[in-house]
Design a protein around this ligand. Sequence first.
Ligand code: NAX
Ligand code: ADP
Ligand code: K
Length: 496
Amino acid sequence: MKILSAPQIKECDQTTIRTGISSIQLMEKAANACASWIVNNMKNIKKVQVFCGKGNNGGDGFAVARLLYEKAIDVEVYIDRGKQDFSEDAKINYKKIRKNSGIVFKYFSKFLPDNNENSLIIDALFGYGLNRNLSGRVKAVVDQLNSSRQPKLAIDIPSGLYADKMTDDNSTVFKADITLTFQFYKRSFMHPETGRFCGTIELLDIGLDQQFIDDAKTDFFVADRQMIRSIYRPRADFSNKGTFGKSILVGGSYGKMGSVLMSTLAALRTGSGLTFTMAPDCGYGILQSQVPEAMFVNSGDNYIDKLEIQEKSVYGIGPGLGKEKLTQQALFDFLKSYKNPVVLDADALNILAESKKQNLIPENSVITPHPLEFGRLFGKTHDSFERLDLAKKKAKEHQIFIVLKDHHTAVVTPQGQVFYNITGNSGMAKGGSGDVLTGIITSLISQKYEPESACILGVWLHGMAGDLAAEQFSKEAMLPTDLIHKIADVFKLLSK
Ligand SMILES: NC(=O)C1=CN([C@@H]2O[C@H](COP(=O)(O)OP(=O)(O)OC[C@H]3O[C@@H](n4cnc5c(N)ncnc54)[C@H](O)[C@@H]3O)[C@@H](O)[C@H]2O)[C@@H](O)CC1
Ligand SMILES: Nc1ncnc2c1ncn2[C@@H]1O[C@H](COP(=O)(O)OP(=O)(O)O)[C@@H](O)[C@H]1O
Ligand SMILES: [K+]
């Protein structure tokens, strides 16, 4: 699914209006979608306090207030004091609602929190038209709303958040529990500094012009189910283990055998035909007894000191590798003579960063850094938007795929496209989750998925396995090894 920028969404709205539906009808459709969602999904809500701005987001707010009132919900509407230069459609909806004597109108300054869980605050102050930070009375009321204990819902975008860029440090943003957004995810929903204001995001289809959406040019996408289904290939019946490739997971050192063990298991559970672990001898017993399906290649005593090249294999290197001098040398020697795409993670990336040998990464390879590892490899950045810009630049420069791990992991391609992932949860914030991802992506590439598809599908699978694990065990108690077991259920879902 495409992510459009605020100007593109505006153009899309306008194209939709030109091709049939009037602007006020489109607003009514948007408001109807919000009101229905609230009535159907928040059955405990008896009262709403709707905060309306002067633009079309405010117009949505007036219309939602009217529609909820018609559904027998108590409604209070809050507007700014002083002369209101409402947008045309906001003015129409303001006038409509003003006629309705049952709806209470107040100024922001008169707001008193109910602190009642049956009373919902609705933010319709600003949408994608925000062009400066919140200030003055709007800022004051949003600060007050944020400290209330009532449930909070934002229409389209939490006010104070820009659709496509960072907010300034310390600026005020409405902190929503739920964001009902129209048709498109916005980039700011995907980044940690800004996304944390959105709560749960619900996409509401308001029938914007499909031709415009199809033709729109963008580098940014959300990997949705439709995209994942188009990437996933069911396993062929007429096949044998050779059909599904050979994965070699390289890593482990004394005390860190679990990492490469988990990568190996994840590669197997993702469908790799033949799976090898290259690890030091101290891991031999552990690996052979815990994963009898994998073959073991002895690559050192307590740490890896040599890396054998095997043909027609896909290597996933890094989990638990350590940074011993001889391990470093083994990695350099390997990368100097191996020219096929590899998957590099963890200490493999740290070694390349410390020795400034990023140029050794073969073209078309996949690297899976978390933000710290990315910073070590390519330099520090001020925020995650800047980090993503730098990742686009580096992916192009090195012709590699960068899987920038985060709450919404971004897959960055050498062509500069970005695919944000929306599966996964904070139960995965535990040492070992990344090792599982390395195994999954390595396995998919060995099964002849193109690196781009392997990254997008792999990250989605990994997150989905995390979501199923959280459902069964809770975010607190779930373990990275549970992710590996849940891969089975994710494939069952995919093949339905
Ligand atoms: N026909 C349409 O265009 C539709 C628009 N929709 C809604 O309209 C929204 C966009 O509407 P608008 O483009 O009117 O934008 P907004 O409603 O976000 O408001 C923009 C107005 O607020 C002012 N403004 C921006 N930042 C400010 C700040 N910090 N302090 C004070 N004033 C500020 C701007 O100068 C402008 O006058 C969407 O987010 C969505 O909620 C939906 O109703 C769907 C249809
Ligand atoms: N809060 C979170 N929400 C979603 N996914 C997360 C979260 N925290 C971690 N993850 C995922 O878990 C994995 C952690 O990888 P990493 O930081 O390399 O850990 P390690 O290698 O130590 O297991 C990444 O794929 C990341 O996207
Ligand atoms: K809003």
